[in-house]
Design a protein around this ligand. Structure first.
Ligand code: GDP
Ligand code: MG
Length: 291
């Protein structure tokens, strides 16, 4: 019996639904999802193990023009994703026009590994518009297989999954066959808190925050976690905490609920806000934060 395995790297512009698609394909909420661009900052693996295959999905940050040093790190991840893939799953949606992808078309055309273009959010489109868009992509990247999906409504995901299996190379497993991801539990805890921050605060606040685990203690029936939210300046501290601590409390409760779901255990979550001046441009801090 042959065994298939490989990396399926998910690439595309911000907000097209890359993280949603990976979570749905993996069947687990690993990557955080918000309606804002540039939520995903790390490379997140989601592993699907089958009887005779292992698919390692890799979710990457959306493609952005670097403004901060943090973005340099994010774009490095995107470049790597183009080079170490066994299959490139390029995600676009029915809303964005193809000229938004100009930058990457050459790379997609020249790709030595199979490219699948997933046109996401079909639920927002009509059949006619979709056919036009699919034809457009066929002309742009003739070698690619094009599939229209709705990650949110799980439309055509089986079709996409089968297409991936069809193109997956033969090879041995990369990770133990019960792995779901490569990152430790505590990483996902910080990501869950970041997701709530993205949802609860406006403008530049979410982009200024980084979440770090201070302590993580597992007891018999409960996990006690203390996390620190770093902001870039003093004035943001008050905004995060909110009037009489209401905002931070809300963020904490929402986070804890999701962390309990993810870890399958009761959780105590303590949140503290601190200032790490301009951490997005500070090499040392970026390193410490895992970028
Ligand atoms: P990413 O930046 O590419 O990772 O995009 P996300 O997965 O974070 O999703 C961005 C936004 O698009 C979120 O508000 C999602 O709920 C939404 N979204 C994702 N997939 C679909 C879809 O199939 N249909 C619709 N209508 N919205 C979607
Ligand atoms: Mg994302």
């Amino acid at each position: 019996m042959t065994y298939q395995s490989g990396f399926v790297n998910i690439i595309g512009n911000p907000n097209v639904g890359k993280s949603t698609l990976m979570n749905e394909l993996v069947g687990e909420k690993l990557s955080i999802i918000t309606s804002k661009a540039q939520t995903t900052r790390h490379r997140i693996l989601g592993i699907v193990n089958g009887e005779n295959f292992q698919i390692v999905f890799s979710d990457t940050p959306g493609i952005v023009k670097p403004v901060y040093k943090l973005h340099d790190s994010m774009m490095r991840l995107v470049r790597t994703a183009f080079t170490d893939a066994d299959i490139i799953l390029y995600v676009t949606d029915v809303v964005e026009t193809y000229d938004k992808n100009n930058h990457f078309l050459e790379k997609l055309k020249k790709s030595r590994v199979p490219v699948i273009v997933a046109i996401n959010k079909t639920d927002l489109s009509t059949r006619e518009a979709l056919e036009l868009r699919a034809a457009e992509w066929k002309t742009l990247v003739p070698k690619a297989a094009t599939v229209a999906v709705s990650a949110l409504y799980r439309q055509n995901l089986t079709l996409l999954f089968d297409l991936i299996l069809e193109k997956l190379p033969e090879g041995p497993v990369y990770y133990p066959d019960d792995s779901l991801t490569d990152k430790p539990e505590r990483f996902f805890v910080t990501e869950i808190v970041r997701e709530k921050i993205f949802r609860n605060y406006r403008k530049e606040i979410p982009y200024s925050c980084e979440v770090v685990i201070d302590t993580f203690r597992e007891a018999e029936d409960m996990i006690r976690i203390n996390a620190i939210i770093y902001v870039i300046r003093e004035s943001q501290k008050g905004i995060l905490i909110g009037h009489q601590g209401e905002m931070l409390k809300k963020t904490g409760i929402q986070s804890r609920t999701d962390i309990e779901k993810f870890l399958g255990k009761k959780v105590y979550l303590g949140l503290q806000v601190k200032v790490a001046t301009d951490w997005r441009n500070n090499e040392k801090l970026l390193k410490r934060f895992g970028y």
